[in-house]
Ligand binder design. Structure first.
Ligand SMILES: [Zn+2]
Length: 294
């Protein structure tokens, strides 16, 4: 006889699609290969360091067929329904090296100290084609800025129209011919629907600030980064996450794309983020359940 709990899971179609049910794939040849490439490209991440994490068997790929790595740190058993769920994304822009390297440092921290107080899902390098080439680029292999390729909020202009009229057609901000035209942005779209994060965190460089889109009190600072809300662009993850999906988005802008922050600052940013998640996101998930966000 099949246990009732299993029948429930099967009936709502969760088994087999939730990545955290998929076996880890640390020795998967695609994982091995991309970790070698990441280690070769980034001075601050070794292939062994990249391979030391347990990845979900690759199920998403970039335009050029590179695997898009995912790693999951589950909530403590029995607390899954109550704890904040954090979708964490590094390397949306391929030439922001530090955003990938620092994400790996935080993965190391989690690997050593994960307590199950939160549920984390990491995509440490969303744009492998942009990073893993001789001259790294902000855009993906189709020359699309992934951070302008999401669905815009209804009251915002179409990203392509905004780019033509307001962004002076600068190539590095090209949003693609239609929202979600790119496999890499589709990954985030799918993960948001499947994983249903409480908060999204994305890491960029080099503006040296903390940005925030959401209807709750943002973190005042993360380590040396002070809050400075820049406003949102149609098609950006902040615009999509908050204005379309009602999920607060923390955008970490590291000070330099090619220079790592001090270890002390990397640790302080992490501690401040976790502290904010603890106080704010817990309260927010209760508010969200009651349906009165904002
Ligand atoms: Zn960026």
């Amino acid at each position: 006889m099949i246990p009732k709990k299993l029948i429930n899971l099967l009936s709502i179609g969760l088994l087999g699609v939730m990545p955290w049910c998929v076996s880890a794939a640390e020795l998967h040849p695609e994982v091995r290969q991309i970790c070698q490439q990441i280690g070769k490209k980034l001075a601050s991440v070794s292939p062994d360091e990249c391979l030391s994490h347990q990845y979900v068997a690759p199920r998403f790929h970039s335009v050029r067929g590179q695997p898009i790595l995912e790693t999951h740190f589950p909530a403590r058993k029995g607390s899954e329904e109550r704890v904040p769920r954090v979708l964490f994304i590094g390397g949306i822009h391929g030439d922001e090296y530090s955003s990938v390297s620092v994400t790996f440092k935080w993965l190391n921290t989690l690997k050593a100290h994960h307590s199950g107080a939160f549920d984390w899902h990491f995509v440490p390098l969303l744009n492998p084609d942009g990073l893993l080439q001789r001259k790294s680029t902000r855009v993906n292999a189709n020359r699309v800025d992934l951070n302008r390729n999401f669905l815009p909020a209804p009251e915002f202009p179409e990203p392509l129209e905004h780019w033509q009229k307001r962004a002076k057609k600068r190539l590095r901000y090209f949003p693609g011919h239609a929202p979600l035209s790119e496999p890499e942005s589709q990954v985030i779209h799918q993960l948001i629907d499947e994983y249903q994060p409480t908060v999204i965190v994305s890491v960029h460089a080099p503006h040296g600030i903390l940005d925030f889109d959401g209807g709750i009190q943002p973190p005042r600072k993360l380590g040396p980064l002070q809050l400075r809300q820049l406003g949102t662009y149609p098609g950006s993850l902040g615009n999509y996450g908050w204005f379309v999906k009602n999920i607060p988005v923390v955008t970490i802008e590291l000070p330099h794309a090619g220079i790592m922050p001090e270890t002390r600052d990397i640790d302080r940013m992490w501690t401040d983020l976790v502290r904010w998640l603890n106080y704010k996101a817990r309260g927010m998930s209760k508010v969200a359940q009651a349906g009165v966000v904002n």
